[in-house]
Unconditional design. Structure first.
Length: 273
């Protein structure tokens, strides 16, 4: 049965059993959102709900799901399939979900199911359709990889543009602070000291922008997770990686202005006074 290997799916009450199926019982298991909407502040176990004018006793509540809408159980209502067939006045089942204990055997299991169905339908063409979720997951993973590469490319362009902006700001800063650089060199400052000063300024400027961008990114992701209904997952590695990239941009694009400042002739610099 559906709940045999998913005991953690239930938040309260019980699952459907063989007696419910054999007797076509009017019982149901409801999702967390349904329970909150219909029985807010009280337990729905043992109470009735109406579905198309038919009363069903609530025997269980499912755990709140944090998945996307197509995989969420929050708005679900589950009744015995025999009860559904009786209510819908049908003698056949339109679809069956099969859960595999070992996903590595999905291709073999799919072939066995196809062989059994071909035998049942006398090899009639287009009599049934088999959808392997493992194939769908593989396709989804490929799409996710492509989206990650696309977003990575966009992020790289943004980093380059931001780095060029930092370099231009630092070049302007070097030009405006020519007198300061000349005075420091005249007083004995080493070129490497001047270079380190402007390089650190570029790093801190880039780091500040990276931290602000990280904050806005986390805020937008948090709001998106609330709208979608999933839990935000933020790892320490992601934060360190973002800050590390910001510092790297500062080093790469701040090196040229820093080198220019360290190579200024103090005599030429002091002429601007």
């Amino acid at each position: 049965m559906y709940f045999e290997n998913t005991e953690d799916l239930m938040a309260a009450g019980r699952t459907l059993n063989i007696i419910d199926i054999e007797q076509e019982s009017k019982v149901c298991i409801i999702g967390n959102s349904v329970a909150k909407e219909l029985f807010y502040g009280e337990s729905p176990i043992g109470k009735e709900i109406l579905i198309n004018g038919i009363s069903y006793y609530v025997v269980g509540i499912m755990q709140e799901s944090s998945g996307f809408s197509f995989s969420s159980n929050n708005d679900s209502v589950i009744i015995p399939y025999t009860t559904a067939m009786s209510v819908l006045n049908t003698k056949y089942i339109s679809s069956v979900d099969i859960y595999m204990a070992d996903e590595n055997l999905s291709d073999e299991i799919t072939k066995n199911i196809e062989a059994s169905l071909n035998l049942a339908f006398n090899n009639k063409e287009n009599a049934f359709t088999i959808t392997n979720m493992q194939d769908m997951l593989s396709t989804l993973e490929s799409m996710t990889t492509m989206m990650s590469l696309l977003l990575g490319g966009i992020a790289s362009i943004s980093l380059v543009v931001g780095g060029i902006g930092i370099m231009n700001m630092m070049l302007v800063s070097v030009t405006e602070r020519t007198t300061e650089i000349g005075l420091r060199k005249a007083l004995g400052a080493e070129p490497n000291t001047i270079k380190l000063q402007f390089l650190l300024e570029a790093i801190f400027l880039s780091l500040f922008g990276g931290i602000v961008g990280l904050g806005f990114g986390v805020l937008i992701a948090y709001l998106a997770c609330i709208l979608i209904g999933v839990e935000l997952s933020l790892s320490v590695f992601t934060i360190i990686l973002a800050i590390g990239f910001s510092m790297a941009v500062g080093v790469v694009f701040g090196l040229t202005p820093a080198s220019k400042a360290s190579k200024l002739n103090p005599i030429d610099a002091l002429r601007s006074i």
